[in-house]
Every structure is written in structure tokens, then in C-alpha cells.
Design a protein. Sequence first.
Lengths: 155, 106
Amino acid sequence: MTTRREFLVLACGAFATAAEAQLDPSQEALRRAAFREAVRKVTGGAPVSRGRVKLDLPPLIDNGNTVPLSVSVESPMTGADHVRAIHVFTEKNPQPNVLSGHLGPRAGRASLVTRVRIADTQTVTAIAQLSDGTFWSDSVHVVVTLSACLEDGLI
Amino acid sequence: MARVVVNLPATAKRGEIIEIKTLAAHPMETGFRHTQLGELVPRDIITRFVCIYNGVEIFSAELYPAIAANPLITFSTVAAESGMLEFRWTGDNGYAVTQSAPITVV
């Protein structure tokens, strides 16, 4: 016989677990694999170093449907040394790609601002491709309270 | 009619870095959502954005479903010469919008 007190403790525990592990573990593994594949497609297997890129996202997101995101890269943006492309990826969205921006020396400044959807508490990564063929990245961990795509539960 | 908004300075000094803000009115339906009856809502997004400055492509972007509705894209360019900036958005279901804005460089 379950007492009322036991039931409440169990129910709260269940909710707490649901709030932490929102995504099914097997799904999560699939999406991480998709994320790695998407990164590999961009870099062609070249090493990605951390630094030079600054990815700016609010650390705590109330509503994952519209999240301001900005990326800037330290670069002189000259003909010889500039940022060719900026790619943004998520590891738990249904699709890893978020945006790929292509720029050149005429940009003057390597920066990009947009608004994105974030499906779950996760890490967002920005990768910059430089004209010398190197790749640089920055990652930000974000906590999402109201997920994008929540209408379906988590897809 | 598809509506877009572009914001950039009307005049700029030669060599100055100007910021260009663009916004397109578009639902950016992800293709991952279902209706209450369980049918999948087909994807309907803008997939590509291009900015052309006096005939030269200076910026382009590929957009994916993870871009929020009414996609805002802000980027920068060096004010090189007076002329026209052309902005093009293309996407699913034949979505294609072009907008242009003049700039005077002094």
C-alpha cells in the first residue's frame, strides 16, 4: 500500500528526472553522431582549435524558440588573412546545422548576429574557417527552460 | 506578399565598416512539428540569403530549420563605393524575394 507521502516523493522524483534528462539517451547518441558528422563535413577532418572565435548566447534561455546569437572572430579581414566562413552547430537539435555564413575581406569585420531555435539544454558550437585553411571554434553551454519544438514533447 | 526589411546607413565614409541588418517575415516552419492529428507539418523555410554590393557578392548564408521565425541576419561590410546593395532570400515552395537599398559613400 502506497501512502500519500510516498506517492508524493515518488512523483516529485519522476518529475525531477524528466526535467534533467529530457531527451531519450539513444536519440541523444544519434544526434551527437549527426553533430560530429556535420562538423566533419565542414572541416573535412582537419583539426579544430579553440580560440579566436567568440560565440555569444544567453546562458539561461527562457524560450528556446527565439534566442539571440552572435559570433565574432578575431581577424584583420585583409585579402591575405580573413575569415571565409562561420558555421554554427548544435548537438541536440533535430538537425545539427544552424547557420553557415560566407564572408570575405570585404566584410571588414568578421561578425554575424541572428536568432536561433534551441531544442534542449545543450552545447552550441561556432566554427570559423580562415583563409589559411585553419579552423577555430568556441562552444557555449546553454540551459533551456522552454524548449523549441516542445509541442510534440521532445522530438 | 512576402515582406522584408533592410537597415543600413544611407551614407558612409569611404572605408568605414557599416552594419547591415536584414529581417524577413517568414514562419520558418521546421518540418519537425506535428499537427494535433499527428500529421507532420511540411518544412517551409528560407534556405539561402545573399547580399550583392554593386554586382559583387559580399555575404551569403545557408539557413537551416534551427533559425528562428522571421530570420534576422546582421553582418557588416566595408563601404567601398556609392551604389546599390541587393539582398536576395530564397527558400522552400518557390520563396524568392529581392530587396535593394542605395548607399552613398563620401
